[in-house]
Design a protein around this ligand. Sequence first.
Ligand code: NDP
Ligand code: PYC
Length: 343
Amino acid sequence: MTDRTMTVPALTALVTEILERGGLSPLHAGALARVIAAGERDACKSHGVYRIEGCLRTLKAGKVVADAVPELHADDGAVVRVSAKGGFSNAAFELGVPALADRAASLGMAALVINDCTHFAALWPEVEMLTDRGLVAMAMCPSYASVAPAGGTSALLGTNPFAFGWPRPGGDPYVFDFATSVVARGEIELHRRAGKTLPDGWAIDAQGNPTNDPEAALAGAMLPFGGHKGSAIATMIELLAGVMIGDLTSPEALEALGTTALAPAHGELILAFDPARFAAGRPGDPMARAEALFEVILGQGARLPSQRRFAARAKALSDGITLNADEMAILDRLREGGLDAVS
Ligand code: NDP
Ligand code: PYC
């Protein structure tokens, strides 16, 4: 088996085929394949093809509904709800976006609440779907207890991702998307697989002592980014995207799942704002003022978040995506063996 380069549509089709072979309905296989292929396209390895086996493992364990049909509940109000009915979050998000965008355009702001979903994905594809519609967006969700609160000794909070997007006329949006742990848990797993030690400050072991060993980190706890600040933001996400929307917090999600080897089930909260409505009557065009701010950031030699990702995207769209021999071997094994090939 050697490295292989393929187009984004070819990788999307291959991942769709693998997920359908594993038993996911075409609705879910397509939605998952789009975000997984986008992860590879944008060089976001922690949420690329490496996630396929975890999704199939979750399916094999009976912890996600393979053919769930998400249900939309929207009225004239600012809160749009989608029940994922125990399926993956991605199709539920795609179902909710038109109603969320419509409500945000007519009310100035709106929220999409997704309940009862299994969530494994990066959030930037979601905020980008909203910036593509001219909206400012935020997305957040719990995960499962795997991060110690600042000053604490054991896993309680999730790696709780938070993403923000601001549309930029004629260009890529301003987007950031990060775990509220020092890194995503996927990075620890990728270090373990590569036999690499962890940098200082990423994790503690099961006894609460600092560790550089990925195995000990997975058995212990990750640390929040920025000490007490990341810890507080992660806690806010437990409150807003867990407690407030009547869904599971990260410790509850871990208790329900019983393991961190599968994708967790909980809810997600997405907020959308129409910037023109917020700025109405005030001096200055918000889009132009934002551009001026970005220019000063870049003028200092700093880079904007997602710039690396957009550069990787441009390259992948012109040259294709290259997967290494190990990644291709996993894809071939899963395509041939379906759920029987899931380790
Ligand atoms: P990273 O630390 O890799 O990146 C965080 C953000 O910071 C990105 O937007 C990145 O842009 C930006 N960035 C990085 N370096 C710089 C820099 N020097 N200057 C300006 N911006 C910079 O992300 P994480 O490891 O924390 O998270 C990775 C992914 O994992 C996220 O997409 C997140 O949604 C996902 N995740 C999902 C979870 C879930 O439960 N579903 C849980 C936890 C994480 P760029 O990409 O261009 O480098
Ligand atoms: O990378 O931390 C992570 C993660 C948890 C659930 C999905 N991704």
